[in-house]
Design a protein around this ligand. Sequence first.
Ligand code: ADP
Length: 272
Amino acid sequence: MQGIGINELNQRLTEPRSKDELHQLTQSFNRLIQRLQGGVDQLKQFVSDASHELRTPVATIEGHANLIKRWGKDSKEVLNESIDYITSEAQRMTHLTNQLLQLAYLEQNQPLHSFEPSEVISVIHDIQHQLSPLHDRIELTSDTYSHAILAGIPADILQQILLNVVGNAIKYSPSGECIHIAVDQTSQDVYIHVTDAGIGIPAEELPYIFDRFYRVDKSRSREYGGTGLGLAITKRLAESYSGEITVQSIIDKGSTFTIRLPLETEHELISA
Ligand code: ADP
């Protein structure tokens, strides 16, 4: 009776053919209710987490607006500092709201539109280029890829995934250590490994870091401009294209995030 819809269940529950069928129908009904309850609970948690996250920047903005009201006329220093805070918190709220909207969209499992596969190495070069003002040591471990590697994911989505993972690698490598990106492939999949020698993640926290709003160290992450949503979005994006993201990490030694994506095989390989 798995996969039976609510309307059919209702209909059959009114006229069960046997005691056995009534029992099975009741069990299906209970399972359905449990699933719905799970969905409602998740939604409640999402709304409560989101409001909690938005409350902090709102409180900061309110506090600085009050400072301006009281001291702004007398002190240029207070005025400028508070305006800076208000601007950066407003930007943070915009970023957070955009991330929340994207996550809500991804969690509805929207059907995917048709798309062009992406060429992995050129997307990595784009990322290196985009991030180079922030960090000049993002190295593609081997630059001798002699052919195009096509992944079954649109280039802009792969870019978003990599920007987030490489961005985190930079953020959580405070001494400016080098970030390595390596690519390998099997007959079916392409693997992109992003390795940093940064602060690492404690083993007991690893199972949770792809959960939304999860941050290993809330105050530290906030200091770096983190929201705790980036990896949750990244995971759902990879999964939307039949991929996945995994992590290995050792505290104080660094982390490797591996993104697996389906290899696009119909296209001919380009020789170097
Ligand atoms: P944030 O916006 O806080 O960076 P993410 O969802 O991207 O949120 O990451 C969740 C948490 O995982 C981060 O707050 C951080 O504690 C941890 N994390 C992610 N990437 C790394 C990394 N490369 N090194 C160490 N910790 C990391």
